[in-house]
Design a protein around this ligand. Structure first.
Ligand code: HEC
Length: 238
């Protein structure tokens, strides 16, 4: 349905989702509304209350277009699949729209210093943080393939330390050096030595950060190795 929009954007060299370019408007404005209110309370600077009120109006106005772009991206990039983070976003975003609107109406009627309005700003702030969390889940949450129970400890370590740069065992930074075909996977000792002091194949320093025992203990390195070897490298042998 929205294919022509993405086709047009593709022609001018833009191949990414549109939602992330808009989403900072409502999020930034809601954070601004609460932030300026708190500053107004702390420093007794009345003008800032009006700034907060303007922020919530601006934020509220941008929610609908941001939601529309989000729905378009969801259809285009995720095939409209009912993923859990999507369901949460579809509940939270309209709630945010309603609450920012009520905050605007009450802010006009009761004044921004009213406790109800401050409470509404605070709830809206929590909503935007939660919406951001589920957005992150959507983009980064599925980079770690699930594992059977025996490899779950390793999966957790992989998710917390490696999945950002090695989604699904690939390599997002240097694509021709995927994790799954690394020579260091031949033995646990090689693997452990590598993550303590990672290097490019020619022996020079690359981009990958070292993981000293304080970050990943020798035991955790073993669990991580098991997960990478059995789940990412040989998924069928699990
Ligand atoms: C900040 C990004 C980043 C993180 C985080 C990261 N890596 Fe890497 N990894 C790289 C890059 C880039 C390379 C290519 C070599 C280099 O630049 O050092 C690489 C290379 C590797 C290789 C060798 C691949 C090959 O084919 O030669 C292995 C094995 C590896 N990483 C394992 C891990 C493990 C295990 C973790 C988590 C504990 C991890 N990496 C975390 C970016 C990262």
């Amino acid at each position: 349905m929205f294919n022509s929009v993405y086709e047009f954007l593709g022609k001018i060299g833009y191949h990414h989702p549109i939602h992330p370019t808009e989403v900072h408007m409502p999020i930034g404005m809601v954070v601004g509304a609460l932030g300026f209110t708190l500053l107004a309370l702390i420093f007794r600077w009345k003008n800032l209350r009006l700034t907060a009120h303007h922020c919530i109006i601006f934020g509220c106005a941008f929610i609908l277009p941001t939601m529309l772009f989000g729905i378009m991206d969801w259809q285009h990039f995720y095939g409209g699949a009912w993923l859990f983070p999507i369901k949460m976003k579809l509940i939270l975003a309209p709630t945010l729209l309603v609450l920012t609107f009520i905050a605007y109406v009450l802010g006009r009627k009761l004044g921004v210093e009213s406790k109800v309005v401050i409470l509404l700003y605070s709830i809206c702030f929590c909503l935007v943080v939660t919406l951001g969390y589920f957005g992150g889940q959507l983009v980064y949450g599925n980079r770690t393939p699930p594992a059977v129970k025996a490899y779950r400890a390793g999966a957790k370590i992989f998710k917390g330390n490696c999945s950002g740069c090695h989604p699904h065992g690939g390599n997002a930074i240097v694509p021709n050096l995927p994790l799954t075909s690394a020579p260091q996977l031949e033995a646990l000792d090689l693997f452990r030595a590598f993550i303590r002091d990672p290097k490019m194949p020619d022996g020079s320093r690359g981009v990958m950060p070292p993981f000293p025992p304080g970050k990943i203990s020798p035991e955790q390195a073993g669990e991580l190795y098991e997960y990478i070897y059995h789940v990412l490298k040989h998924p069928t042998r699990q």
